[in-house]
Design a protein around this ligand. Structure first.
Ligand SMILES: [Fe+2]
Length: 353
């Protein structure tokens, strides 16, 4: 009897007791699951590292690595960290549960395991795993889409990953909560995903955009928000996508927000975005040095575009990193060179979206 749509879920059963292991194997196989069996902790780890598993049922007391250690290994690997782990213990003590939770276990079963309880837990956790897989697939597709847009333009390749990196560093410095940091990690790559609806002749046009082209380009934050909105786990990402072209003085788009109406996460991403745009080659100018980039950014803060406090924080952060790496301190920019860079940037910004 198969309780779910194909393919059947694969379950790892690890128990050194032959009779307990056989009971679990038999029950699960009889209900349509694929079972991989391990007789000790080391075997369990090698199965986990060599196979795709949807759920792991791990006995706590086993020779070699015990259940807690196996669980920790499982949860430490990127490939398996979201796979549910159920620890099976004959002790049922509170301390064991606490140790299990600390190791990352998702659920517990007490020996002797009752068949009905086993099947109910397995069914529910496999459903959860399938849901996580679907979410991960959706995220993977969106990331691939964003990277394919980035790859169309040689000047923006790698921009998303650098943006994630800079935004996260600034978010950590500001002590933003984990959910904001996750939104920024995703936002670095996905903030421009709406450009998928912008025609290539507009996206790649080297010169300034006319009014029609500008309208097409300026629709991308709203399109991006629409693309990501169906994913509930992307809720914190939507303000970043929709408002990453707003400005502090209300002259941005699409909603002409101003000041603190622009959420902190969005302002963090903007700070990193401007810096990365300035410090990479563009069709109309070479990459600016870090000190030139910050001079341009401070000038734009004075014009009312960006959050000055965040620009200052980001500059301090990068200076600290440079100092730790024993690099040369920022040099005073040469005035003529700087004026030229500012003017080129001003002209270039006419078309940056
Ligand atoms: Fe954008």
């Amino acid at each position: 009897m198969q309780p779910m749509s194909a393919p059947p879920a694969t379950i790892l059963v690890a128990d050194d007791s032959g009779s307990a292991r056989e009971m679990l194997e038999h029950t699960l196989r009889a209900h349509g699951y694929c079972v991989l069996a391990a007789t000790n902790g080391d075997e369990a780890v090698s199965i986990l590292e060599g196979h795709t598993v949807d759920l792991a049922l791990i006995d706590v007391l086993m020779p070699g690595q015990n259940g807690f250690a196996v669980c920790r290994r499982f949860k430490a690997r990127a490939e398996t960290r979201l796979t549910p782990v159920v620890l099976i213990s004959g002790l049922g003590r509170v301390e064991d549960r606490i140790r299990g939770l600390e190791a990352g276990a998702d659920d517990f079963l007490c020996k002797p395991v009752r068949q009905e309880e086993l099947l109910a837990r397995v069914k529910s956790l496999v459903r959860l795993k399938r849901f996580i897989d679907e979410m991960e697939s959706a995220e993977t597709v969106l990331f691939a889409l964003a990277r394919s847009i980035e790859a169309k333009d040689a000047y923006t390749q790698g921009h998303g990953d650098r943006l994630s990196h800079y935004s996260l560093a600034l978010a950590e410095r500001l002590g933003l909560p984990d959910e904001d940091q996750l939104a920024l990690r995703r936002g670095g790559v996905l903030h421009d995903v709406g450009k998928v609806a912008v025609p290539e002749w507009v996206l790649l046009k080297p010169g300034p955009l006319n009014a029609t082209e500008r309208k097409l380009m300026e629709a991308h934050p709203i399109t991006g928000e629409r693309i990501c909105a169906p994913l509930k786990s992307f809720r914190n990402l939507l303000p970043i996508i929709r408002w990453h072209h707003e400005r502090q003085n209300g002259t941005g788009y699409p909603d002409r927000l101003s000041g603190s109406e622009i959420p902190t996460t969005t302002r963090v991403l903007q700070t990193a975005d401007i810096y990365d745009s300035l410090t990479t080659d563009r069709p109309y100018r070479r990459a600016l040095t870090s000190e030139h980039a910050f001079t341009v950014m401070h000038e734009e803060v004075r014009r009312g575009w960006w959050d000055g406090a965040l620009v200052d924080e980001f500059e301090d952060l990068l200076k600290g990193i440079a100092a730790n790496a024993s690099r040369e301190p920022f040099a005073e920019p040469r005035k003529a060179e700087l004026a030229k860079a500012l003017e080129e940037e001003r002209l270039g910004r006419v078309r940056i979206a």
